[in-house]
Design a protein around this ligand. Structure first.
Ligand SMILES: Nc1nc2c(ncn2[C@@H]2O[C@H](COP(=O)(O)OP(=O)(O)OP(=O)(O)O)[C@@H](O)[C@H]2O)c(=O)[nH]1
Ligand SMILES: [Mg+2]
Length: 418
């Protein structure tokens, strides 16, 4: 989507000039359907702020100042500072037009809360589309949360009955229409009166681009919304436009949907989003993923020897399938097959690791052909297996050096922000 922005920053970092980087960013934003007016304003602000900050930090190169200013302005454009979504018992009402992703998102949210220890009840208030009931019920079964619904009947009554059930988080999935017409409006207002939701969230697909702003305003006016969830960020080139438009409309984007599966829901944070776009890994997010497994920070501090490699393999193995998030966070340079290997070949690699001497683990460069043969024998694997272990180790080592470099960029950003 905003690949071009990444390209522009990369060029800047490698010594390109500020003007052409800025032009590239303008092009990227417009291609992503960001309103031209907003792009113009951003350009002006970036230019004047670069001048300003250069006066403030005379010792810092123009390029570094530009990097920092562009980063901050793009973050601001796409949403600015975000508030985390409250992980507390609550009632959430999902509204939105036909096919925007409400039902899928309802299930993703239930799963999100489940992971955080809260019990959800998924409630189907869509009695218009006959398949809606089964769709949500099946999703509820799949993630192991409770479901409530009736195939026919009045959505308002169903909502009332649902509230008698026991749950921490009530998630109400409503019917979609092709536009926000009188009927839909009345029904949603009635439901709202009964449910009294803490959060009414509008679900909008990313491919709406800047039109998302108009839709958000309309729903805000007629129904009242507390925030937005933008779905299908994975399949659209217009996500940037949708994000910028929601920011302009003054409604926070709480989550983004990044795929069709249940796990593909991310809490939206503009800074993290842009940082990732630029290839600056967000270590906090990364740490969260590693919670309870290994401390990547520690690994990064030390020397990347075979012990560190093994720690990582073990972490990946225990974490289960790595999802896109982790890959997007900058681990993307870790080859896919190595990640897969962490799960599939773990037993073999585990045995190989255990047959190595302390000295070998700390100094991988000493592992020659004859040592490999010994390791293969000791671990009950083949010479090929040991070779592939070593090959993966060297590749992973390279990746970590990259990650370390990226981290320095983040440090630079922090220092400049003061
Ligand atoms: N790629 C991708 N597809 C998504 C995402 N969210 C939803 N979808 C797909 O979009 C389609 C519509 O999703 P639903 O959840 O049924 O949409 P809905 O708003 O409930 O639709 P109605 O109830 O008919 O108004 C389905 O095929 C989903 O798999 C996403 O984040 N990424
Ligand atoms: Mg639906």
């Amino acid at each position: 989507m905003l690949e071009r922005i990444r390209g522009a920053f990369e060029k800047l970092r490698l010594g390109g000039d500020v003007d052409s980087a800025l032009k590239e960013i303008q092009r990227a934003l417009i291609l992503s359907d960001v309103d031209v007016k907003l792009v113009k304003e951003l350009t002006e602000r970036v230019k004047s702020r670069i001048k300003e900050e250069k006066r403030k930090y005379p010792g810092v190169s123009t390029r570094d100042v530009a990097y920092k200013v562009m980063f901050e302005e793009i973050v601001e454009l796409l949403g600015g500072k975000s508030r985390p979504f409250p992980v507390v018992p609550q009632k959430i009402l999902l509204v939105g037009l036909y096919g925007s992703g409400k039902t899928t998102t309802a299930a993703k949210l239930a799963n999100w809360f489940k992971k955080r220890g809260l019990k959800s009840l998924l409630v189907c208030l869509d009695t218009y589309r006959p398949a809606a009931y089964d769709q949500l019920k099946q999703l509820a079964e799949k993630i192991g949360v409770n479901f409530f619904g009736e195939r026919n009947g009045n959505p308002v009554e169903i909502a009332r009955k649902a509230l008698e059930e026991d749950a921490d988080v009530y998630i109400f999935d409503t019917a979609g229409r092709s536009s926000l017409d009188e009927d839909l409006m009345e029904e949603l207002q009635e439901i709202k009166k009964v449910v009294i939701p803490e959060k009414t969230l509008l679900v909008i697909p990313a491919d709406m681009g800047q039109v998302a702003g108009r839709e958000a305003r309309e729903f805000a006016q007629k129904i009242g919304i507390d925030g937005v969830i933008i779905t299908k960020m994975d399949g659209s080139g217009k996500g940037g436009g949708a994000l910028a438009a929601c920011k302009e409309a003054g409604v926070p984007v709480y989550f983004i949907g990044t795929g069709e599966s249940i796990e593909d829901l991310e809490e939206f944070d503009a800074e993290r989003f842009v940082a990732r776009l630029l290839g600056v890994p967000d270590f906090k997010a990364l740490m969260e993923r590693f919670k309870g497994t290994e401390d990547l920070e520690e690994v990064l501090k030390g020397k990347y020897d075979i012990n560190a490699f093994y720690k990582q393999l073990k972490a990946f193995n225990e974490m289960g399938p790595l999802d896109k998030v982790l890959k997007m966070l900058g681990i993307s340079s870790l080859p896919d097959d190595v990640i897969e290997m962490a799960q599939k070949k773990f037993k073999k690699y585990d045995a190989i690791y255990k047959s190595m001497t302390k000295q070998e683990r700390a100094n991988p460069e000493i592992i020659n052909e004859s040592r490999m043969r010994r390791i293969a024998k000791g671990s009950g694997t083949t010479l090929e297996d040991v070779r592939s272990f070593m090959k993966d180790y060297w590749r992973a080592k390279k990746m970590f050096e990259k990650l370390k470099k990226a981290r320095n960029v983040e440090k630079l950003l922090k220092r400049l922000r003061i």
